[in-house]
Design a protein around this ligand. Structure first.
Ligand SMILES: Nc1ncnc2c1ncn2[C@@H]1O[C@H](COP(=O)(O)OP(=O)(O)OP(=O)(O)O)[C@@H](O)[C@H]1O
Ligand SMILES: [Mg+2]
Length: 699
């Protein structure tokens, strides 16, 4: 069971530590790049901010002591100054060279790890989490590694290592200079931390407001057709304006807090520190080094106090990087439930019969849908699964695919328990057409070939022809190379179904699992596609879900599911004779639903067509009543001899679909405060950078 996805949820300590472990592992793996990449810029900073000024201080001291200074006598200092700066620049370039590779390789690996983790998740996970949010989380998990490493390199090591160097140098002049500097830095940290915490709360409010804006934008854009249809543009625009205004108000509050509260405290403390350094250097005479010590103290204090303005930034950047990374690792804390067994059984060749044995299953957080369900589909049999909407037809198909694990009982394919097989092996046996076939935003050809990437063009073409895809594909601007749009929006519902069927045909698997595979087709197209399907089903085990009963009337067996229970089972004719739930559905679909009761004439035609198989509509030969062998609650469908396809079309019986056949979109996308792409946290905001020139960044 999972809670609904929430983008704004702040992950706890566990996920943060887990994210740190992932990042730490990358640093360790890439240590040959990490060590120079993170240390060389810090060493470069020593050169630029401490060693070069030291040379200048020595020169100033020399000039102060010696009245006869010539260019020649100062040349070593000048060369030394240039040399130090050149070395520092070289260290920076080398460091950045390594750092760029560290970032790139680390991000690459984390992208792969993140996606692998998501591929391992089960179906429930994807029902509980929005695709837009998952996309953002998995991408941020990888990309925030750069911010993490850069903040460590430039803001932490880039300040602390030179500060240590500066402290050693100052110590040599006067230990009190070091004490003064460190005390002032520590004092600033103590004063600023509570303010940073307070600001964090404001940043949190601001981020939530931004998430509300992007959630609404995504929601409106994705439902633009509905907005237009209800002439709701102005209403949606007004809602947008109000959310944006709220976001502006909260953004200003957090920015102002950074500028007016935190930096106004840091600025005087920084000034005070600098003055203190100068006073200490003068007052103490710095061990007889007079002018030189004053210059060193002045420049070192100035440079060292930059770190005071960085506290806020370091905290903010690290916090935002780790929060985003942890939003992903939070998803990993609950391990996937549908797993390959540690010691999987190899697939045994043989007949592909399907058996559900005392299957009990409940959707997460719901009452059990199936309680001890038994159903046997012998190899080579075609079974139609019908019944009211919500009866459990789709769920049953998905359990066979092991999209979810059952709570009790067994599902066997070819006599093998599916939980003992590798998931890939199990699914290689099944060609599945889902109720709402989604397309990849790839070419039509790629969408069909997805079922079997090694298929030849001729095989793809044959499958497309059988599923009557060629009919419309050839008319598309780029034929089979046409991109079908996100989720296949450029295709009609019926066209998408034909592509999904072409996939199933190409898959060439021994078990066919069709969930409302032809429901969106018009009668004529359905008849044509059905012919292809019947050919395909020849010799295969088929489980076919349909609301349009004429689609499955000719199957060897029909199973009527209601509230997760099999309430009837038999051939079309037997079920009509029984005059139960199936017969009532059939009557509705053959005219009664529209007329208030089936007309005798209509029913006669239908029954005739179904029973004697002599009508122009075609023939139907199903198993006779004697073939049904109910054993307790178990119903076994025998393998019929010489089943033939039926050509009964919806036109023959005056089709009316029963119930709702539309499933909700698999990916409802972000709603409410969900946003696929929240603007990133404020670390890049100019408003959060130190406004004081003393806090200017070296890079
Ligand atoms: N992911 C899910 N989480 C919770 N409940 C679910 C989930 N999917 C389906 N259900 C519930 O399980 C029941 C059976 O749904 P299922 O989709 O299997 O019915 P169906 O017979 O295929 O219906 P339809 O004919 O409308 O396609 C319904 O009550 C549905 O609300
Ligand atoms: Mg369904």
């Amino acid at each position: 069971m999972g809670s609904p996805d929430s983008h704004t949820a702040t992950p706890g300590k566990g996920p943060v530590l887990l994210a740190l472990r992932y990042y730490g592992r990358e640093l360790a793996r890439l240590r040959l790049l990490a060590v120079p990449g993170m240390l060389l810029p810090a060493l470069g900073n020593i050169g630029i901010y401490y060693a070069a000024p030291l040379v200048v201080a020595k020169l100033v001291g020399r000039v102060a002591d010696d009245a006869d200074v010539t260019l020649g006598s100062t040349l070593p200092y000048i060369l030394g100054f240039a040399g130090v700066l050149l070395c520092a620049e070289t260290l920076w370039r080398l460091g950045l060279h390594c750092l760029n590779r560290l970032d790139a390789l680390g991000i690459e690996r984390l992208y792969v790890i993140g996606m692998d983790e998501l591929f391992a998740k089960d179906a429930t996970f994807f029902h509980d989490n929005f695709a837009g949010s998952l996309t953002k989380r998995v991408l941020s998990f990888a990309s925030r590694f750069e911010q993490f490493v850069d903040t460590l390199t430039f803001s932490v090591l880039g300040n602390v290592v030179p500060l240590l160097f500066g402290a050693v140098v100052l110590w040599r002049y006067e230990p009190l200079l070091v004490a003064g500097l460190l005390v002032m830095i520590a004092l600033t940290a103590v004063c600023v931390v509570p303010l940073i915490r307070r600001r964090q709360a404001l940043v949190g409010l601001r981020e939530e407001a931004i998430a509300r804006v992007s959630g609404h934008v995504a929601d409106s854009l994705m439902n633009m057709d509905t907005v237009r249809a209800f002439a709701a543009e102005e209403r949606e625009a007004a809602e947008h304006r109000s959310r944006v205004a709220e976001s502006r108000r909260l953004s200003l509050r957090s920015w102002d807090y950074g500028n007016l509260r935190i930096d106004t405290l840091v600025a005087p403390l920084s000034v005070l520190t600098n003055v203190l350094g100068l006073v200490l250097a003068i007052a103490l005479g710095a061990g007889g080094n007079g002018v030189e010590a004053v210059v060193v103290a002045f420049t070192y204090y100035t440079n060292a106090t930059r770190i005071m303005f960085e506290f806020n930034q370091i905290y903010r950047r690290m916090e935002s990087a780790m929060t985003e990374a942890a939003q992903f690792t939070d998803l990993l804390r609950k391990p996937p439930t549908v797993l390959d067994p540690a010691d999987p059984e190899p697939l045994r060749p043989g007949p592909a019969d399907v058996r559900f044995e005392k299957v009990t299953f409940a959707h997460a957080g719901a009452e059990p849908l199936f309680r001890g369900l038994d159903l046997t589909v012998p190899s080579g049999t075609k079974v139609g699964l019908v019944g009211r909407s919500g009866g459990g037809k789709t769920t049953l198909s998905r359990l066979l695919l092991r999209m979810n694990d059952i709570d009790a009982g067994r599902i066997l394919v070819g006599g093998q328990d599916i939980s003992r097989l590798r998931q890939a092996d199990l699914r290689s046996l099944i060609a599945y057409v889902p109720q709402d076939p989604a397309m990849f935003h790839r070419t039509l050809r790629d969408n069909i070939a997805f079922a079997r990437p090694d298929a030849t063009d001729a095989e793809i073409r044959r499958a497309a022809e059988a599923a009557h895809v060629t009919e419309f594909a050839d008319a598309l601007p780029d034929g089979f190379e046409t991109l079908v749009g996100e989720r296949g929006v450029k295709l009609s519902g019926g066209q998408r179904q034909r592509v999904a069927l072409a996939r199933a045909i190409l898959r060439d698997a021994p078990i066919l699992l069709l969930d409302e595979a032809t429901s969106a087709l018009d009668s004529e197209s359905e008849r044509l596609v059905q012919e292809a399907l019947w050919r395909l089903m020849e010799g295969r085990t088929a489980l076919v879900v349909a609301h349009r009963l004429s689609t499955v009337a000719g199957m060897d067996q029909l199973v009527v599911l209601d509230h997760g229970r099999i309430i009837e089972q038999g051939t079309h004719q037997e079920l009509l004779t029984r005059d139960g739930a199936y017969a009532r559905l059939w009557q509705h679909q053959s005219g009664g639903f529209l007329d208030g009761g089936p007309t005798d004439a209509a029913m006669d035609t239908v029954t005739e067509a179904v029973t004697d198989g002599s009508s122009t509509a075609g023939r139907l030969v199903g198993s006779g009543p004697a073939d049904i062998k109910p054993t307790g609650s178990t119903l076994t469908v025998p393998k019929p001899a010489g089943s033939k396809p039926t050509d009964i079309t919806p036109t023959d019986v005056g089709t009316t679909d029963v119930g709702t056949t539309e499933a909700p979109p698999v990916d409802a996308g972000p709603t409410g405060t969900e946003g696929p792409d929240q603007p990133s946290a404020d670390e890049t905001s100019a408003h959060d950078r130190p406004a004081d020139p003393l806090g200017a960044q070296p890079r």
